[in-house]
Design a protein around this ligand. Structure first.
Ligand code: 5GP
Ligand code: ZN
Length: 111
C-alpha cells in the first residue's frame, strides 16, 4: 500500500522518532503548528482513528496513553490532543494519527 505513514513506520521514509514500540510510532510533525507537535500513529494501517478504534479499541487507548506519557516526559502541563477525521475536518494523511500539540495557548472553538 502506498501510504506515507506506513513508510515512516517501516523506516523507508525518515522521521524524527520520539517513541516507538510494537504498537505505535510517535514522531515530530514535519510542519509543526506549535512548539511541540508530535504525531502518534498505530504501526498497523487504519484509514483514520475511528476505524482503528472500532477494530482495536485497546490500541487506541495505548495511543492516547502514549500521548499523555510523552506530554508528561517533556513537561507539558497544557496541551491539545487532536484527531482530524475526513478531508472536511482537515485530515490530509489517511493513516490514523493523533496530534499532540503544546507549548503555546490554543483558541476554542478551533477554526
Ligand atoms: P492531518 O492533516 O491528516 O490531520 O495530519 C497530517 C499531518 O502529517 C500534518 O500535520 C502534516 O504536517 C504531517 N506530515 C505530512 N507529511 C509528513 C511527513 O512526511 N513527515 C512528517 N513527520 N509529518 C508529515
Ligand atoms: Zn498506512
Amino acid at each position: 500500500m502506498d501510504c506515507l505513514f506506513c513508510k515512516i513506520v517501516a523506516g523507508e521514509i525518515p522521521a524524527s522518532i520520539v517513541k516507538k514500540n510494537v504498537l505505535y510510532t510517535a514522531f515530530n510533525d514535519i510542519t509543526p503548528q506549535a512548539p511541540t507537535h508530535i504525531l502518534i500513529i498505530p504501526n498497523h494501517h487504519f484509514s483514520n482513528m475511528a476505524e482503528a478504534a472500532m477494530a482495536n479499541p485497546e490500541l487506541v487507548g495505548e495511543i492516547f496513553k502514549a500521548a499523555g506519557e510523552i506530554a508528561s516526559e517533556i513537561g507539558l502541563e497544557s496541551y491539545r490532543m487532536n484527531v482530524n477525521t475526513g478531508a472536511g475536518a482537515g485530515q490530509s494523511v489517511f493513516h490514523a494519527h493523533l496530534h499532540l500539540l503544546g507549548g503555546r495557548t490554543f483558541a476554542w472553538p478551533p477554526g
